[in-house]
Write a protein that binds this ligand. Structure first.
Ligand SMILES: Cc1cc2nc3c(=O)[nH]c(=O)nc-3n(C[C@H](O)[C@H](O)[C@H](O)COP(=O)(O)O)c2cc1C
Length: 177
């Protein structure tokens, strides 16, 4: 059997990992991702959370998705908004990614934000802004897969995204050649 290190002596009988949450979280963490801020202005209050489960889904219609923990207290508040902003966080946003996930304190400490006419909330200095509306929520185990339809967008070519990998934030490096 093929093995991640390239060797092939990993027999089927070795496939006995316990599929407990800690093991799965560690395995999933080996897949690098970006981090987005999901935000909205809800009755004049800025509401946002960080998410690394963002994925592009469809061009026609324009859809993206995020997976939200069923225990999230922020997501139900965001769904009260008419529009939801997705900001692809930049390489200087590693601290922002942590504070936007904090249970206590000011999630927007050190951040400036912009609210679109739709009410979507964006983090300034992000690589991409997507103005979205919830298209569909699909139950998926202990998470909800949320499909979001893009209604507008803005891209900043000069900002590289932050990379999240195994609980650490990294910067992109172009491969030699
Ligand atoms: C880098 C990073 C990525 C995260 N990705 C997700 C995610 O994809 N989905 C999710 O539900 N929570 C994710 N979180 C956790 C939320 O940002 C946040 O901590 C959680 O929603 C807080 O609970 P609350 O929703 O009750 O406020 C992530 C946190 C960090 C730091």
């Amino acid at each position: 059997m093929w093995r991640p290190d390239g060797s092939n002596d990993w027999s089927d009988s070795d496939m006995t990992a316990e599929l407990d949450p800690a093991t799965l979280r560690d395995a999933f963490g080996h897949f690098p991702s970006g981090v987005v801020a999901i935000g909205a202005d809800v009755d004049g209050t800025r509401v946002a959370m960080a998410a690394s489960s963002f994925v592009s889904v469809s061009l026609e219609p324009p859809l993206v998705a995020v997976c939200i923990q069923n225990t999230s207290t922020t997501w139900p508040r965001l769904t009260e908004a008419a529009a939801i902003g997705i900001s692809v966080l930049g390489e200087s946003h590693d601290g922002a990614a942590r504070s936007l996930a904090s249970k206590t304190g000011d999630r927007f400490a050190g951040l400036t934000t912009t609210t679109s006419v739709s009410g979507a909330l964006f983090v300034d200095g992000a690589s991409v802004w997507l103005d979205t509306q919830v298209e569909q929520e699909v139950p998926a185990g202990d998470h909800m897969m949320v499909l979001l339809r893009i209604t507008d967008l803005q891209v900043r070519e000069d900002v590289d995204p932050v990379v999240f990998h195994r609980s650490s934030f990294r910067k992109l490096h172009r491969a030699a050649g």
